[in-house]
Design a protein around this ligand. Structure first.
Ligand code: CO
Length: 318
């Protein structure tokens, strides 16, 4: 998926620079070619917009597909230079506790990241699935912050400044904050919640025969690996454990599947994921109770797909 706030800038990689400055001993400037010469760190990660699935916070369940409801998430192999490598070279000055990252496009997006996260697993993304990242994904370089809301992975990255406080950019005050019922807004809510969705069968699909169908979908969490996915065909009254395909990797999309015998009766299909930190995907109503009705970010409630006696599948609130 792609999401941007001022279109897709055309950046000449020969002219582009990444500057690291602020609370460092030696400010540094890197060209694209400079970064290609560093050891490349490579991992499979999910990347999810914090507004993904937000349509299901609305008052009426839209007749939408899984992609339309939950498609602002991707899974890919990302490669680039660990930020810790570059910060070690610049020399972190005592007192630095945050990095603030800004981009080179017309929206001047900026986000702040605590230094401990920046040193843990954040990197400068240069490749996606083995090819240079595309302009829509931030070519020639982007920040990549594993497991955290996609907006923090600042694209077309041009500056990293080390500071002793968050910058309070517009993108972390007026946007990407979570409205609470008491009129306040939560700032700096970063990790994406544990989530799963049955992708087949799902909204706008149809079961064309009775008999055994495979239920399959994707699960992920910003707090670890997926340790369990349960599936229900009766709106959450009973659950069965789905098979998790392969080794479940931390902060990556995980495929699950389970055979299901459909004998032609109406059903409501749901999936519920648990992550390695013990977080269990909540119901839709449990998520809504945390926020003001206007909040659209960080919605990870259980998805319900209604199956009619005719086999027609629709998004429902159950
Ligand atoms: Co957030």
């Amino acid at each position: 998926f792609e999401r941007h706030h001022a279109g897709i800038p055309a950046i000449d990689p020969e002219q582009h620079r990444l500057v690291i400055h602020g609370l460092v001993r030696q400010p540094l400037s890197f060209s694209y070619e400079d970064l290609l010469a560093y050891p490349q760190h490579s991992r499979v990660y999910f990347l999810e917009c914090s507004g993904n699935s937000g349509a299901n916070t609305g008052a009426v369940a839209g007749d939408s597909s899984a992609a339309a409801l939950h498609g602002l998430v991707s899974g890919a192999q990302w490669s680039g230079v660990l930020l810790s490598t570059l910060l070690e070279e610049a020399g972190i000055v005592e007192g630095a506790t945050w990095i603030t990252a800004t981009e080179a496009d017309g929206a001047s997006m900026g986000r702040s990241v605590p230094l401990n996260k920046a040193l843990k697993d954040v990197f400068i993304g240069l490749y996606q699935n083995g090819e240079p990242i595309r302009p829509e994904q931030g070519y020639p370089m982007r920040l990549f912050v594993p497991g955290w809301e996609g907006n923090v992975s600042v694209k077309w990255l041009s500056q990293i400044k080390l500071t002793n406080a968050p910058a309070n950019f517009k993108d972390e005050t007026s946007r990407y904050t979570d409205f609470l019922a008491d009129g306040k807004a939560l700032q700096f809510t970063y990790p994406m919640g544990v989530k799963s969705v049955i992708t087949s069968p799902s909204g706008q699909m149809a079961l064309r025969r009775t008999g055994v169908h495979e239920l399959t979908g994707l699960a992920w969490s910003g707090s670890g690996a997926i340790s369990r996915v349960e599936v229900s065909a009766d709106s959450g009254r009973t659950w069965a454990d789905a098979l998790i395909e392969g080794e479940s990797q931390a902060l990556a999309l995980t495929r699950f599947r389970l055979p299901w015998l459909w004998e032609g009766a109406p059903a409501v299909l749901q999936s519920r994921a648990t992550d390695s930190a013990g977080n269990v995907q909540p119901t839709r109503s449990a998520v809504l109770a945390l926020y003001d009705a206007a909040n659209r970010y960080h919605f990870n409630g259980i998805q319900s797909w209604d199956v009619s006696a005719q086999g027609v599948i629709k998004n429902v609130y159950a």
